[in-house]
Write a protein that binds this ligand. Structure first.
Ligand SMILES: [Zn+2]
Length: 61
């Protein structure tokens, strides 16, 4: 499985902006033809959420 990256609201840079982190254990969800992934941050283990394109969702299945 390819690494999935998402913005982590807890891992912030020096400018206090959320940073891209690897998502662990992503689970793909489909709702109203919108795809999303939920998982945990590889860096801080906080919860993460990301909207996916259909192509990205298919790759993660
Ligand atoms: Zn994090």
């Amino acid at each position: 499985m390819a690494d999935l990256k998402a913005l982590c609201m807890k891992c912030r840079d020096d400018n206090n902006k959320p940073t891209m982190q690897v998502m662990n254990n992503p689970t793909v969800q489909e709702k109203n033809n919108r795809y999303s992934a939920k998982g945990t941050c590889a860096n801080c283990e906080g919860n993460m959420f990301k909207f996916l394109s259909k192509d990205d969702a298919e790759k993660l299945k």
